[in-house]
Design a protein around this ligand. Structure first.
Ligand code: GRG
Length: 327
């Protein structure tokens, strides 16, 4: 089965080029600021967003992808900044298999590094003109909206599937979409191609986030490189839980709510995981993720054929296959 690493090999060194551009972008004479920003960048990550940006650009333009590296790096910097701030909010101790910046250098410094990365990202985006800058800024606003809606929905066991979709759309999918939109805008692509790639990216983002939320329950912490059941522990309500509550009878629902309110007990994790599997909520969530992946693939059906398009299509499948690979 293919995984992200196999997939990245097919990109022939683009990940390394993104990494080099990121390090260039965060240069400053302020040594501590550079050290902290570099620490976060070097922790790695899948580099999904910049790779999506590059592939969308290559599909839409005859120019070399070196022309879009700054924008690709800009998107990754915004993503990284939002993760730094997210780790502060969650008081998270590890991320990408390393101690978080807030853990190493404290919350105050981590806030500033996040702000610094945001500033650098918008500078990179501005090199592509006002339209691209606006796409980037709008995507960041959506991140803040998604984060806030999620924060104010914590512990709300009545949360609807619709509101959950709104959260993940803003938190993840709109940002993926913006990568494709920014790239096609920079490439001056035609409307149809631009729309096809943006729709692809949006649905890929939705599939990715639903899968991520499933893996938080059924994933293997060792293979994932992060603890599982973090959503439940933070009272974040995701699709598997929404569907479990929907499918349970009144008694189980009551019991479940009491258990969740009691919180941080490992037996709750196991019981809840079993319940989510037994009620079919995991299967349901997987079906939803698959539908988004199929929609993503469908968006590209009239776009012709190219090695880059094949890579995008593979990505939409790998996102779904992660469930088997990482659980
Ligand atoms: C942007 C103004 C502004 C505010 C930020 C904190 C915050 C507000 C937003 C955070 C939103 C958030 C946590 C989104 C999660 C997105 C997500 C899917 C993260 C995981 O992405 P991966 O798996 O991570 O691509 P790696 O580590 O591989 O890069």
């Amino acid at each position: 089965m293919r995984d992200f690493l196999d997939w990245q090999i097919g990109l022939h060194g683009k990940v390394d080029e993104v990494n080099q551009r990121l390090l260039l972008a965060i240069q400053t004479d302020q040594e501590e600021l550079y050290r902290m920003a570099k620490y976060t960048i070097e922790a790695g990550g899948k580099r999904f967003r910049p790779l999506l940006t590059i592939l969308a650009y290559e599909i839409s333009s005859d120019a070399p992808y070196s022309k879009i590296l700054d924008l690709a790096a800009g998107y990754e910097l915004i993503h990284t900044a939002s993760l730094i701030h997210d780790d502060i909010i969650d008081n998270a101790a590890t991320r990408r298999g390393r101690p978080t910046l807030n853990n190493v250098d404290g919350v105050a410094n981590a806030i500033v590094v996040g702000d610094y990365l945001f500033a650098k990202a918008y500078e990179l985006g501005s090199r592509y003109g006002t339209r691209v800058s606006k796409i980037m800024a709008d995507a960041s606003s959506r991140l803040a909206e998604g984060q806030t809606l999620e924060a104010f929905s914590l512990g709300n066991l009545e949360l609807s599937e619709e509101t959950y979709m709104e959260i993940i759309s803003n938190k993840t999918a709109r940002f993926f979409e913006a990568c494709a939109m920014g790239a096609t805008e920079a490439a001056k692509a035609g409307k149809d191609l631009s729309l096809a790639l943006s729709n692809f990216a949006y649905n890929l983002g939705m599939a990715f986030q639903v899968t991520d939320d499933i893996l938080d329950i059924v994933g293997d912490a060792g293979k994932l490189g992060k603890p599982t059941f973090t959503d439940i522990r933070h009272s974040a309500i995701t699709l598997p839980l929404i569907d479990t509550l929907r499918k349970s009878g009144a008694d189980t629902r009551k019991e479940l709510k009491e258990k969740l309110l009691r919180g941080d007990d490992e037996s709750v994790d196991i019981d809840l995981k079993n319940l989510m599997v037994e009620t079919g909520a995991i299967d349901y969530s997987f079906t939803v993720a698959k539908k988004f992946s199929e929609k993503a693939l469908d968006s590209l059906k009239n776009t012709g054929k190219s090695p880059d398009l094949n890579l995008l299509m593979e990505l939409a499948m790998i996102v779904i296959e992660r469930i088997e690979e990482l659980s």
